[in-house]
Design a protein around this ligand. Sequence first.
Ligand SMILES: NC(=O)c1ccc[n+]([C@@H]2O[C@H](COP(=O)([O-])OP(=O)(O)OC[C@H]3O[C@@H](n4cnc5c(N)ncnc54)[C@H](OP(=O)(O)O)[C@@H]3O)[C@@H](O)[C@H]2O)c1
Length: 324
Amino acid sequence: MKALVITRFGGPEVLELQQVPDAHPAPEQRLVKVEAGGLNFADLLTARGGYAGTPKPPLTAGREFAGIELAGNGEPTRRRVMGYTQWAAFAEKTVANRNLVWPVPENWTAEQAAAFPVNFFTAYFAYWKAGLLARGKDEPTRVLIHAVAGGVGTAAVQIGKILGIEMYGTSSSDDKLAKVGELGLQHGINYKKRDYVEAIKELTQGEGVDAVFEMLGGEHVAKSVKCVRDFGRVIVYGAATGQTPQLDTRLLYAKGASVHGLWLSYLSANRPLMETAWRQLSEWLAAGKLNPVIGKVYPLEQAREAYTLMQEGKNYGKIVLKIS
Ligand SMILES: NC(=O)c1ccc[n+]([C@@H]2O[C@H](COP(=O)([O-])OP(=O)(O)OC[C@H]3O[C@@H](n4cnc5c(N)ncnc54)[C@H](OP(=O)(O)O)[C@@H]3O)[C@@H](O)[C@H]2O)c1
């Protein structure tokens, strides 16, 4: 079968379309004919060899997909599914644990479905870790979302809107912020023009936000702690700047603030937790409240361009690869 192979560790230039042996499911796995794959920042890190647990190359790229489930004999079933795996999603066929494969909502394209799992589960878990899922709508709550115009960011805005949260979000571009404004973001902050710590101080009359979703790393963990109010939480889930996260934990004392880690790869092995998350997400899906935002779709043959767009931070919403 055809697959996008990471031939050696490096940038987009190491990606090649190659023929690889067919995927075969283990007993607890589902086999899927892949129609589309969602590109994640983690795919860039995987190609560079910077993602924890990555096997040695050559390996097939990709961690989320949508397509048609195949029966044991390889014949297509009628089940349209979307799913999450660690590698090997960007291929004509893939396998995933059966508890990490979910039905595609009616009327969704494969591209929409491929843009769902990582972003929405991650965003859901960010609100969960922040302790904001159970908060009443009448309790005013504020969240700062970094990279608000990206894949996870646009998912977090949709969930925040359902939860009635006042949202603040950072991006490098006014155009991107205007688009996220249409999704429900109330306060866009262009970090190229304004220091976001100052902006949050001013926009919240010095009070700060209840939680920050932090995925930049470097100095941004400490800066994010400065943005929270008393007992606020910073949810750390990435380091897109490539810089090691920096935090003097004494900064947490003054406000009783805390920092919480979030890693979907780890949480996805916790079946009850994933089932609870899916129950809530599927309820919102059935009500038509969640719609993955797709910025650009590339054919698999142009995967290098897709990776380059994400590497340059120029994407809006999700980048999707069309596979068959
Ligand atoms: N821990 C987990 O389980 C988990 C799961 C999913 C994603 N993540 C993390 O969440 C972050 C977002 O992932 P995503 O897949 O949704 O990507 P994304 O947000 O769609 O794309 C990354 C965005 O980050 C912003 N950015 C800021 N500094 C950047 C830099 N130095 N290089 C590149 N981009 C930069 C860019 O937008 P602006 O500059 O315009 O803001 C860019 O569009 C990543 O750090 C990823 O590793 C973690």
